[in-house]
Ligand binder design. Structure first.
Ligand code: ADP
Length: 497
């Protein structure tokens, strides 16, 4: 039976492959971490060949481990770290240099220049983004201007560029397909999210040659076929690639948030919250407007926001303060006290993101008394993550003009029962954590399954969806939430501008 789906999840620190059954169970998986390059402070690079090779190897390993015949696999779906930029030679497939990773700040000065020159509003109107070095456009420009020989090769039309989805797709198809899905295109600062096209003016402004760019495509449907001769994938040649999405949009899809008003939060090192808004909604609170996915001629838009430091504050308690030995211990300690003892922890280690946008804020612990214990600190840390998520969601509700009715969660820190319960209490809506938390890979698998016709519509897919663990609101937390806002104010504008 051709009803397995192979998801390739090319993340920021590792390449992973997961084979899913049609029902969403994991049949096999494989993972390989790859090297992070930090050539200068604030710079982050990956070797595109290492990204590719590790991804191909895990795909082969995963199928091998499962004992399945490649003929059992209906289609392949891709999920990827977003915004990371690659430029390569059309004829040889050789990258002109390392990939510039989303975290890399090397184009911050150029972004400030764009802001000074007054382009912020035009960029927001077309792309839904704030001007930031995070996005791919200025990274392509950097390669053009700074890598010897690139400008000449570009003039001769010898180069191609793309985000990681595009790089993988080009290589998997033996150089036949140079395309990028809408959810990745919209993170470049070059893409008009309303027209679903590259914008000529923005490409000129960022000096990115338009003939470098991949063809924008929907997230589901026949994207290409694994070619003969792709290293490690001899046995998989001929398999169709039928879905692709950037990791956060893939997770939203994997969580089954198909209807406007549905949202998910991923509690990882940071938090990523995405709200399905259906149509494009412009934010007045510094959130991003992005394409969620394009499916059968219809485009679904999202509002996106992030908390910079979430799970990282748990790591800080473990690694810098040493008050817990391992992450799971935080839950045990937090639950050992009846309340937070008046302690609030604002994890603004690197400033505050949406909706506060204060890069001069710094971390703070308020309300300490002689009776404060490490259990209170643990509890305040988990509560602090939940408060920041609630702040973000409240901004989304304002922008979307709509109240949320539930929150779906995933990510490493979402295993904390205490935090999930607290989140439900704060928001006053049910919080649901799915059984399989690999929502990113599952989302890519779902897009591929839809693209190959395993399901006919997202609604049909929902019929197979198993409910996860539910946390229902139990306790009114409005007093604590008011106090949180007071703590937040004390942490804001701490560093001198
Ligand atoms: P990322 O993809 O950003 O690397 P993950 O989704 O893997 O992040 O989540 C890692 C985060 O989850 C870490 O910051 C860690 O502190 C947190 N974490 C892991 N296990 C637990 C736990 N049992 N309770 C609370 N937090 C946890």
């Amino acid at each position: 039976m051709k009803d397995y789906l192979l998801a390739l999840d090319q993340g920021t620190t590792s390449s992973r492959a997961i084979l899913f059954t049609r029902g969403g169970a994991i049949a096999a998986s494989a993972q390989i971490p790859f090297t992070q390059h930090y050539p200068k402070p604030g710079w982050v690079e990956h070797d595109p060949m290492e990204l590719l090779t590790s991804q191909l190897r895990v795909a082969a390993d995963c199928v091998e481990k499962s004992g399945l015949h490649p003929g059992d696999i209906a289609a392949v779906g891709l999920a990827n770290q977003r915004e990371t930029a690659v430029v390569w030679e059309r004829a040889t497939g050789k990258p002109v240099g390392n990939a510039i990773v989303w975290q890399c700040r090397r184009t911050a000065d150029f972004c400030s220049q764009l802001q000074r020159e007054g382009h912020t509003e035009a960029i927001r109107a077309k792309t839904g983004l704030v001007v930031d070095a995070y996005f791919s456009g200025t990274k392509y420009r950097w390669m053009l201007k700074n890598i010897p020989g690139v400008e000449e090769k570009a003039r001769r039309g010898e180069l191609l560029c793309g985000t990681v989805d595009s790089w993988l797709l080009w290589n998997l198809t033996g150089g036949k397909v140079h395309a990028s899905d809408y959810s990745n295109c919209c993170r470049t600062m070059l893409f008009d999210i309303h027209k679903l096209q590259w914008d000529e003016d923005l490409c000129r402004l960022m000096e990115v040659p338009m003939d470098w760019l991949p063809r924008p495509v929907e997230n589901s449907g026949p994207l290409g076929v694994i070619a003969q001769g792709v290293p490690y994938l001899d046995k998989l040649a001929g398999l169709p690639i039928c879905g692709a999405a950037g990791d956060q949009q893939a997770a939203l899809f994997g969580q089954g948030c198909f209807a406007p008003g549905q949202l998910k939060n991923t509690y990882g090192t940071g938090c990523f919250t995405l709200l399905n808004t259906g149509k494009a909604v412009e934010s007045r609170n510094g959130l991003l407007t992005c394409v969620g996915w394009g499916l059968k001629g219809e485009t679904t838009y999202v509002l996106e926001g992030s908390v910079f430091n979430a799970g990282s504050s748990i790591q800080w308690l473990r690694d810098e303060l040493g008050i817990i030995q391992s992450a799971p211990e935080i839950d045990v300690l937090a639950e050992s006290v009846p309340d937070n003892g008046g302690v609030y922890l604002v994890s603004a280690f690197t400033g505050l993101g949406a909706p506060h946008w204060d890069m001069y804020a710094r971390g703070a612990i308020l309300g300490l008394t002689r009776g404060t214990t490490k259990a209170h600190l643990c509890r305040a840390t988990l509560e602090g993550i939940a408060y920041q998520t609630a702040d973000l969601i409240s901004a989304m509700e304002k922008d979307a003009g709509q109240k949320i009715t539930g929150l779906r969660v995933d990510g490493g820190a979402s295993v904390s029962d205490f935090m999930m319960q607290y989140q439900a209490d704060l928001l006053g809506v049910p919080v649901e954590r799915p059984e399989v938390v690999e929502t990113t890979a599952w989302g890519a698998a779902c897009l591929a399954g839809l693209g190959v016709g395993l399901w006919n519509s997202p609604e049909e897919l929902l019929k197979d969806r198993k409910p996860g663990k539910l946390y229902l609101p139990e306790t009114d937390r409005s007093r604590e939430y008011a106090k949180w806002r007071k703590a937040l104010d004390r942490a804001k504008q701490w560093e001198d501008a």
